[in-house]
Design a protein around this ligand. Sequence first.
Ligand code: NAD
Length: 306
Amino acid sequence: MAAEILDGKGISKQIQSETKTKVAQFVTQFGIKPVLAAVLVGDDPASHVYVRNKERACARVGIESQLHRMSSSSSTDDVLARVMQLNDDPIVNGILVQLPLPDQADARVVLDAIDPLKDVDAFHPHNVGLISQGRPRFLPCTPHGIVQMLKRYGIQTAGKQVCVIGRSDIVGKPMAMMLAQRDSELGPELANATVTLCHSRTTDLARTTVQADILIAAMGRPNFVTCEMIKPGAVVVDVGINRVGDRLVGDVDFDAAMTIASYVTPVPGGVGPLTVTMLLENTLMAAKLQRMESPSIRTSRIQPNA
Ligand code: NAD
């Protein structure tokens, strides 16, 4: 029997409609809109598309967006100066710096300079540390979107074998950390997995992936994950976005996965829309945190990792 498609686009619409309601409540309570500032450096066409999509999504839910365009010759100091200005601007709640930056601008230095309370991508070491301790302030958008999708399809991770392929700071590592926690924002059933994190130096990758109840591919290798790498009945989440000719394909051979898995995310229309959607949720969260008298980090959820 063919697998069921995990409809990221549909789930995104559902979450965005919930976010819109929450944003309206925020506006009623505080008399201002949450504001997301995007810093776009250079002329990378894909980055322009991503930022435009984020602006449109903001508009759909009632979040105000600012676009700060900078020339492709901007230095680290130039971008830093813009980030500092946004850090100090009380109107701005969330800051995102669209990656990649041009070679001469050091992305690590720039991302580390974002005020952790405005770090809606959750890339700042402070926020990464909080995630690793199981008391997140913001969750990184792509892994958070994946967990939301699993939840809304009734797929639990507790007690499951999860294999994540790819150890990037943006997807693979935080995904693995989140699923291995004792609890999560969405409840213990969306945590408590036994996670294996694979990468480019993993030997005999297929031996590990074929044991996974939930397989998450985030490697940037078109159609890399084949039928033999998938356990029958597994849930397959394809994070990859790869351009092959004039088509976008994932890291998973979709047609093959459909014949063996229980659930598969398509590309496009799977994880991608959820990433943008969770950015909106994080911006609203940032706006709320900044309205609190003492925007202290949430510590109530910390618990021993037994
Ligand atoms: P990256 O490009 O920073 O790193 C790729 C990772 O894959 C590395 O950790 C590497 O070790 C691993 N890898 C590469 N080849 C491998 C192999 N043969 N075997 C095992 N592991 C291998 O990763 P990224 O930024 O997480 O991006 C991964 C993919 O996900 C890209 O296609 C990217 O476009 C896509 N992406 C999609 C979204 C979304 O919203 N859907 C968000 C972020 C990234």
